[in-house]
Design a protein around this ligand. Structure first.
Ligand code: ING
Length: 303
């Protein structure tokens, strides 16, 4: 068995005015708790350092940019990197990334994986950006990820770290079966997925009561149909008057939820994950080499 004790570190709401330094203090408290319980990896949510700012239309790009990080680690997050390295714990978290590539400013919804020595060993930029690009005043709140971020240009893929093949995805990605299949076909054994998911979905309010169901349905189906460990971690609670779902969880390759948060605050749930358990599924029911018929699904890889 290749075991890794994983901590899903759910964060409660982050106020707009809450400084990154204060959020990092909350993250370190969860890290310490995880270390005390033998965790080797701690997973934090999407956009873990700030409030979920795409809920607001901000015409002034300078104001939008106050929510972005221009280097990582940076002054606000260095204490987190240093604490984790001292504890020998890997961790993952999401943040708004602003950088210059070839003379052009780029902005992504990004997540990173840091190993037990405090080194960033993997970076992923969100591929499936939900929401819209222009202000839509009819909405109780906006969802302007398509305005504030560019879609990621690197495909889903794992990195060998902490004893397994670990991959990243972010929030809306978890709703798309392609996310898990691409990961699994590339050998990923565990996918880490932070999310900020409002209860209210303005385009279909009749589905509001289904948000937690759809969250677990997506994570469990992705895990089972691809023989993956899936770690889903929420930024939860009433954040700037917008209710976000919680129910962070760790899902085994069988699709079973083996750990689940039960509050909407900062909460750590833990499970001792055996990467080898992926073969229970990958070497049987979903042995891709033996049973999968890609020639019969030509449209699945068509753009
Ligand atoms: N949030 C939401 C998510 O995909 C959403 C957007 C909410 C889509 C509810 C559909 C239904 O979980 C982010 N940040 O992607």
């Amino acid at each position: 068995p290749r075991n890794l004790v994983v901590g899903a570190a759910q964060l409660g709401p982050i106020a707009r005015a809450e400084p990154r330094e204060a959020v990092v203090v909350r993250m370190i408290a969860l890290l310490d708790k995880a270390a005390a319980r033998g965790c080797g990896l701690v997973v934090f949510p999407e956009l873990a350092l700030t409030t979920f700012f795409p809920r607001w239309y901000m015409p002034d790009q300078a104001e939008v940019d106050t929510f972005f990080e221009t280097e990582m680690p940076n002054a606000a997050t260095l204490p987190l990197f240093e604490r984790a390295r001292a504890l020998g714990i890997g961790f993952s978290f999401g943040f708004a990334e602003k950088l210059e590539i070839g003379g052009r400013i780029r902005r992504f919804n990004t997540a990173i994986l840091v190993d037990g020595e405090g080194q960033i060993v993997h970076r992923y930029r969100k591929i499936h950006l939900p929401g819209h690009t222009e202000n839509e005043p009819w909405r109780a709140f906006q969802h302007l990820e398509k305005r504030y971020f560019e879609p990621g240009e690197e495909v889903f893929s794992p990195v060998t770290a902490l004893g397994g093949e670990i991959g990243l995805a972010i929030c809306n990605d978890r709703r798309w079966p392609e996310t898990y299949r691409e990961h699994a076909l590339r050998g990923t054994e565990m996918v880490l997925i932070g999310y900020n998911t409002p209860v209210h979905y303005p385009l279909a309010p009749e589905h509001d009561h289904l948000q937690c169901f759809h969250n677990h349905l997506s994570l469990q189906a992705g895990a089972y149909q691809n023989g993956l460990w899936v770690v889903g971690v929420a930024k939860a609670g009433k954040e700037e008057n917008c209710d976000l779902i919680g129910q962070s969880c760790i899902v085994a390759p069988t699709g079973e939820i083996v750990a689940q948060a039960s509050t909407l605050h900062d909460e750590l749930v833990i499970h001792d994950c055996d990467f080898d358990r992926c073969t229970e599924i990958r070497a049987n029911i979903f042995d891709f080499a033996k049973h999968r018929r890609p020639e019969m699904y030509p449209l699945l890889s068509a753009p």
